[in-house]
Design a protein around this ligand. Sequence first.
Ligand code: UDP
Length: 196
Amino acid sequence: MNNVQILNLSIDNFSTAELLQKLEIEGGTVFTPNVDHLMKLQTDSEFYNIYQSCTYRICDSKILLYVSKFLGQPLKEKISGSDFLPAFYNHFNQYEDTTIFLLGAASGVAQQAQENINQKVGRKMVIDSYSPTFGFENDEEECQYIIDRINRSGATVLAVGLGAPKQEKWIARYKHQLANIRIFLAVGATIDFEAG
Ligand code: UDP
């Protein structure tokens, strides 16, 4: 079973190792659906359309995992953003050309997460980070500043932690202006966790 359908959400049935392998070969965009996403997908058509165009939708919910079992199509794993980001940077640390930009969380938090991750992996893998101001998504100037900063950084991976559906919408809106990014990760509150 490659994916499991729950209402209007199709969840990919990957283990963490399988997803890492896929990303290594093909790159792409990763969303981490939970019950809150599923509820929003029922009423927010923009969110739904963005979800359709995403490359990987992995299960970040025990409830959805149980539902998949109940449907007789068991998902292999619950993979939360906060588990996946460390798995990601530990795995991709073998590739020196993989560099990450962190976008999200409150002022100073992304910078702290950047320092913590770089200390763990032993190199400047997180090449830059930015915590946007409240309501920045409606400010074209700040969004343009962020795009320029990501592009200038040379990062190949963008991890966005703005909560759903803001992070998914931001990625969908601007990914075409981020030519160097191979992998987009919507990571929710993971930047907060990495900041400790
Ligand atoms: N956040 C942000 N800017 C915003 C809204 C949220 O940086 O305009 C951050 C917030 O600081 C937190 C994360 O987004 O780090 C969202 O956390 P939440 O627990 O809501 O995410 P979830 O994983 O539940 O979607």
